[in-house]
Design a protein around this ligand. Structure first.
Ligand SMILES: Nc1ncnc2c1ncn2[C@@H]1O[C@H](COP(=O)(O)OP(=O)(O)OP(=O)(O)O)[C@@H](O)[C@H]1O
Ligand SMILES: [Mg+2]
Length: 278
């Protein structure tokens, strides 16, 4: 973002905190990522967009060091903090104790838990359990937990997907503010083209297992003729069709799912009839 402090000379010369080169990932026998090359610069805000099922979460897991590609190289300077698509808060822990989790697991070292909760405006809700919090509040707690982790890279997997439009707009503004304040290198997965253009310095489009576009968005943080043009371009790249992609083997498996129960009933009937024959 333009208002984030410019990198010092030493920072600019430092290698990218995250880089992947020509990686391939296969899941369930299918190539999900194939030939992805991407680096994220220190302090940068990069948005990752693409069709559903296109491999965004998979790429984020590689960048977090949670998934090893079958091909290619991965460079991760320090272990990043990842906010999962479904938050993954522990239901038996209060908000504060969820944020304390990294420290308990030995991966703390970021903000102090109380401070992290305050940073996301949740300091009054530390004693509440996840089930007592709204979706937006849970998203904030998940963000606070990531801020309590060590390292200066934040990976966010659609953290605001479940929020309504108004809350989401406010969260986006807060996320920008947070990025400006902490200067953490950030990768955000989002389905919203506008959000990506508005928030990020660069937007990467992941489609068909590879990065098909890498756009410099200047991170202007406002809607302008320039961002309008970028949005239109990204819409053209992504198309308007339904982007859901089901794995065929699971569909096939489901379409054959009736065979076993029907066979079991037929067998039971046959045995019953056989038992009745004198
Ligand atoms: N553990 C797994 N085993 C087999 N296939 C998987 C596994 N995890 C993900 N996939 C498949 O990999 C593909 C990419 O999944 P991924 O979750 O990375 O997509 P995505 O771009 O994040 O989608 P969305 O926008 O819906 O979150 C999907 O087709 C999915 O079914
Ligand atoms: Mg995903």
């Amino acid at each position: 973002m333009t208002s984030a402090p410019p990198p010092t000379q030493a920072q600019a010369a430092a290698p990218a905190p995250l880089a992947v080169q020509d990686i391939a990932v296969r899941l369930g026998g299918e190539l999900i990522l194939d030939g992805v090359t991407l680096d994220v610069q220190r302090g940068e805000f990069l948005a990752l967009i693409g069709p559903s099922g296109g491999g965004k979460s998979t790429l984020l897991r590689v960048l977090a060091g949670l998934l090893k590609p079958e091909r290619g190289t991965v460079h991760i300077a320090t272990p990043p903090a990842l906010v999962f698509q479904d938050y993954r808060l522990l239901p038996w822990r209060t908000a504060l104790r969820n944020v304390q989790l990294p420290a308990d697991l030995g991966t703390g070292g970021g903000l102090a838990p109380g401070e992290a909760l305050k940073m996301v405006g949740m300091e009054a809700y530390g004693p509440y359990f996840p089930a007592q919090l709204s979706g937006g509040m849970r998203a904030r707690v998940a963000l606070a937990r990531a801020l309590a982790q060590s390292g200066d890279v934040l990976l966010l997997d659609e953290p605001f997907a479940a929020l309504d439009a108004l809350v989401r707009e406010r969260f986006n503004a807060e996320l920008r503010h947070l990025h400006e304040k902490t200067g953490r290198t950030t990768v955000l997965v989002t389905h919203s083209i506008r959000e990506a253009v508005w928030l990020a310095d660069r937007v990467a489009v992941l489609r068909g297992g590879r990065i098909v576009e890498l756009l410099d968005t200047r991170g202007e943080g406002r809607v302008s003729a320039y961002t309008d043009g970028l949005e239109a371009h990204l819409r053209a790249v992504l198309g308007t069709g339904d982007s859901t992609r089901l794995r065929l083997d699971s569909v096939r498996a489901r379409s054959r799912a009736w065979v076993l129960p029907v066979a079991a009933v037929a067998l039971a009937l046959a045995l019953w009839a056989w038992g009745r024959t004198p």
